[in-house]
Design a protein around this ligand. Structure first.
Ligand code: HEM
Length: 302
């Protein structure tokens, strides 16, 4: 089974994230299904202009039954986490289009055309341009993505290996808005304690120097001697002088890993602690999706 083109390749200079919701009273019919399936061929045409351009189209749990007769076993709503002291909101969304590449003009053209073609059924809730900031840093100034899996491990972590939905991937996304003014008031040492890594040299703080409340400490979870892993394609976004932050997105063969990490960030479930990064940023959207393999996507055309 072949994964969609935007899942495994390394990070790009630009991304475009578009979230859609079903229009009231509209159901996915044969015409919409064939438009959704056409995404794979449309991207191949665009790859003539930028060989690095790639795409993922993914569907949430509510539209899923209108598209396929069966469902990936663990496809479910974005988690509502009990005991959370930092809000992790859930958005009412059905379809995610995640485009990546080196030329933003092509991503714009692709998303604009597809949104227009699907407008009868789906309305755009939000479109966000993600960009590489310096050497792949988040706007907080810290390099993001360092501990992402590499080589063959990317597929092992991100894709279902077997069964009907092999080659597919569970996706979670959250748009975070940073409180940059508060963040800038911290000394670099304090920022490093919040993140759990050094800023310039991008090294993990030694265990003794790394607070249990640092971001890294919350998301490094060991089970049966192994660290839980996900593939992140998060990108900075925003307007100079306006709202800005991180568009977080993860791909994984199971939704459980994101759910566990987010729980450790927002809810003092086991050890009474939460992620101190959340004093400087907050999530304003949340969505859960599944990206079917190319073979499953093309089935929609029938
Ligand atoms: C505003 C939100 C966030 C920011 C600014 C942020 C930033 C960072 C940074 C700078 C790193 C260190 C470099 C790296 O390994 O990538 C990191 C690591 C990581 N983050 Fe986040 N992150 C955010 C949200 C999240 C969320 C919501 C999750 C999962 C629920 C998450 C999971 C991870 C994981 C798994 C690592 C790698 C840990 C390791 O193995 O060392 N992050 N993040």
């Amino acid at each position: 089974m072949t994964p969609q083109s935007g899942i495994l390749p390394p990070a790009n200079g630009h991304a475009l994230f578009t979230m859609f919701r079903r229009r009231l009273g509209r159901r996915a019919d044969a015409r919409l299904k064939s438009l959704l399936a056409s995404v794979a061929e449309r991207i191949e045409l665009l790859q003539r202009d930028d060989s690095q351009v790639s795409v993922v189209i993914a569907f949430g749990p509510h539209i899923w039954p209108e598209l396929y007769a069966s469902k990936p076993a663990l496809l479910r709503d974005f988690p509502s986490i009990s005991g959370a002291i930092h809000p992790a909101p859930t958005s009412d969304v059905d379809v995610l289009l995640h485009l990546r590449g080196e030329r933003y003009d092509l991503l714009h053209e692709f998303a604009d055309q597809l949104s227009a073609d699907m407008a009868e059924w789906l309305e755009v809730i939000e479109t966000v341009h993600g960009f590489r900031y310096r050497d792949s840093r988040d706007l907080t100034g810290f390099v993001d993505g360092t501990e992402n899996p590499e080589g063959d491990e990317r597929a092992e972590v991100a894709l279902l290996g077997e069964g009907e939905w092999a080659g597919g991937s569970y996706i979670h996304l959250q748009r975070y808005v940073h409180r940059m003014e508060q963040w800038k008031k911290l000394h670099v040492r304090q920022q490093e304690a919040v993140m759990g890594r050094t800023k310039e040299s991008n090294e993990e703080l030694a265990d003794d120097d790394r607070p249990h409340t640092s971001h890294i400490s919350r998301v490094i979870i060991e089970e049966n001697g192994e660290e839980l892993a996900m593939l992140r394609h998060s990108m900075p976004y925003g307007q100079p002088g306006g709202e800005k932050g991180l568009y977080f997105i993860s791909y994984c063969k199971t939704p459980v890993i994101f759910e566990k990490m987010l729980t450790r960030m927002v809810a003092p479930t086991s050890d009474g602690r939460v992620d101190h990064l959340l004093n400087f940023t907050r999530a304003v959207t949340g969505g859960a999706f599944f990206a079917p393999s190319l073979e499953k996507l093309s089935q929609l055309q029938k």
